[in-house]
Every structure is written in C-alpha cells, then in structure tokens.
Design a protein around this ligand. Structure first.
Ligand code: NAI
Length: 342
C-alpha cells in the first residue's frame, strides 16, 4: 500500500522546489501518495479564509508526516507566521537542522558537521506583543520547565543515538537570567543523565564568534527558538548557503520536513532556486519513516537520492546560488537521470 504523505507546496519558490523534489523522490521507485494541501498565501489564493486552513492541519494530523515548501510571512503587519502557527498547533517542538559540507561545494572550512536542535514552540515566538502605552511596545519571551526539559532531552537522546559526543547550548542568561536561566538549568540537569555525551555552553555572542572562527569544534547545538532561527542561517553560510541546509520539525506524533530557507520572493517563478535543501529534507523524511516504521526500503530510496546529488555536485552540476548554471528543473532532472541509471 502507498505511504500517504501530505505535501504543502507553499509560496514563492515553494511550488518550483516541491515539484522538483517530487520528481526526484518518484525516480527512486518508492511508493508514496502525495496528499496535497495548501498553506500560506497559496491557501488564500485557493479560496481558503485562513493561511493555515483546518483541513491542512487535519490532514497532517491524520497522515503524521508532511513535506512542506516555504510560506511567506509579511513583515511588520498582516497575518502571523504560518510556520510558527503550524509548529505550535501540532506541537512540533524540535527543529532539527544538519549542517554539513557537501562534496563539490568549496567553502572556507572543511569538516563542518553540526546538528542544530532548535526549540520550536516557545521563547520570543510566543506571539505575545503589546502596545503598553503610545510609543512603548513590548514582546514577551516565554519559557516553561516542560518546554526546556523536553527539548534538552530530545537533543541528548538524539546525540546519544547518533553517536555524537557533545551538546553545546548558546544562551544569554547573563541578561535574560530567568528565561535563558531556565533553559540552561534544564539542559544541565538533563546532561547529568548522559555520561557519554559531553555538555558545554557559551553566551551566544561569544558562541557566534567561535562558530565563524572554527565551526569544527561544535557537534550538536541546542538553542532556544530565536537563537536557533538566527544561528541556522549563520551555519548555512558556513557550508554554501541556504540552498543546502535541510530541516525537520518533529513532535511526539507528527513530523513536518522543510528546508531552513524561506520563500525567496526575489527569485520566485524564475526556475533558478536551488531545490537541494528541500530534496535533502525529503531524504531526512525517508530516513525518519525507515526508522519509525521499520521500512528499510525508505532508507534505500534516501541513499539513492544522496548518491545522486553528491554525484551531480562533484560533476559541478549546480544551481546559480552555488556558482553553477543549472535551473531548478535541470538540476532535478540530472538527479532523476542518475537515479534511473544506477
Ligand atoms: P529566504 O530564505 O527566503 O531568502 C534569503 C536569501 O536567500 C534570498 O536572497 C533568497 O533568494 C536566497 N535563497 C533562499 N532559498 C534559496 C534557494 N533554495 N535557492 C537559491 N537561493 C535561495 O529569507 P527571507 O528573504 O528572509 O524571507 C522570505 C520569506 O520567507 C518571508 O516571508 C519569510 O517570513 C519566509 N520564511 C519562511 C520560512 C519557512 O516557510 N519555513 C523560513 C524562513 C523565511
């Protein structure tokens, strides 16, 4: 029986890169039925009244797994972020973003191999913002014991299962003594239960300096919501940019896979976006299914895709963001050809 997976094309470059990703996944022969639902501006364009329609949320809850293109959020005014709403509604509390050098993409550092674990439901993304009095506005940072503890447990558990040696927390508990104080207190408490995974922490400003000086000293980075958002893009810059960093939003029941990047309105509709970050997110999804549902054929499908993009990059077949000339669809076609011939 086909595996049903919800597909959200998203906004901007979303439809182009989801289309490319679907073709690459199909080439592996794995039996997936994409159940398409909309979110973001695309949902409104399709007649929905809200950017995150209930039917989309219901479909993800039913099928448990989704692959999502990026969704646009207006700056300063308008609706609140679809992505934040989605992560909170489905309690997808762990954002996981592996950042690695790829064959054929020359960057300042070799051997970058960091996994960012970002708390995805609390912090300054609480959405509680007020005008206190004219000219005085306020945004509330929320941290709960439960939220801090479960993300720390998730990070250490992940590190242990994957044979990783160290979890590092970036924080600003010297200034935000209560909220970030709670985050590091729970992280330390959890770390005591893991003899085989080391723990250390840096104040985030110094941590960022260390990251750009020598990223190879980091293994798993554990961060609250906003720091995780910012540091994810910083880390993407270390390995070739936003076009090459995949991600997953994981809860206890449901997982939504999406690239770290946004809807890139500056290049939307031009067939030039790099689909690789979403293709890599699809590989994470296939591996997740293989592990959680004991279906090794999904891992084999993921391996085929991985081999195909490594081969393409090593032959200098790249999109514009990586200094190449391939279009979105040509790059996907190249992977399809490689998968079909191997
Ligand atoms: P962005 O990630 O969309 O773009 C930043 C820069 O990177 C742009 O120059 C863009 O052209 C480039 N870029 C991004 N992805 C690329 C790709 N796959 N291939 C080639 N170049 C790529 O970030 P920005 O401009 O801050 O946000 C645009 C919109 O995306 C906003 O509405 C934002 O809220 C939304 N967004 C959505 C996310 C999601 O759905 N998970 C995540 C981040 C932003």
């Amino acid at each position: 029986m086909s595996k049903k997976i919800v597909l959200i094309p998203g906004d901007g470059i979303g439809p182009e890169i989801t289309d490319a990703t679907k073709k690459v996944v199909k080439a592996t022969g794995i039996d997936i039925e994409w159940v398409e639902h909309h979110a973001g501006l695309q949902a409104i364009a399709n007649g929905a009244e809200e950017v995150l329609p209930k039917e989309t949320l219901d479909a993800i809850s039913e099928h448990k797994i989704a692959l999502k293109g990026p969704c646009t959020t207006p700056i300063g005014e308008g609706f609140s972020s679809v992505n934040v709403q989605l992560r909170k509604s489905l309690d997808l509390y762990a954002a996981v973003r592996p950042v690695r050098n790829l064959e054929g993409i020359k960057t300042r550092f070799d051997d970058v191999n960091i996994v960012i674990v970002r708390e995805n439901t609390e912090g300054l993304y609480s959405g509680v913002e007020n005008t206190v009095s004219p000219g005085v506005v306020m945004s509330m940072k929320v941290a709960t014991e439960k939220g801090c503890k479960r993300i720390a447990e998730w990070a250490f558990d992940y590190a242990q299962k994957r044979g990783r040696k160290k979890v590092t927390v970036f924080h600003k508990a010297n200034i935000m003594k209560v909220t970030d104080g709670l985050f590091i207190a729970k992280s330390k408490e959890v770390s005591d239960k893991y003899d085989d995974v080391a723990y250390n922490e840096f104040i985030i400003d110094a941590g960022c300096m260390k990251l750009v000086q020598d990223p190879t000293q980091f293994d798993v980075l554990l961060l609250e919501n906003l720091y995780g958002d910012v540091v994810s893009d910083l880390c993407a810059g270390l390995v070739g940019g936003l076009g090459v960093v995949p991600g997953a939003n994981i809860g206890n029941e449901v997982a939504v896979f999406e690239a770290v990047h946004g809807s890139a309105p500056d290049i939307a509709g031009q067939n030039v976006a790099n689909p690789l970050a979403l293709i890599m997110s699809a590989v994470m999804m296939l591996n997740y299914i293989a592990d959680n549902e004991n279906k090794p054929e999904f891992r084999s499908a993921g391996d085929k895709i991985k081999n195909a993009y490594n081969k393409a990059l090593s032959l200098n077949i790249k999109t514009r963001d990586l200094g190449g000339k391939s279009s979105t669809s040509d790059f996907a076609e190249e992977l399809v050809k490689h998968i079909s011939h191997n």
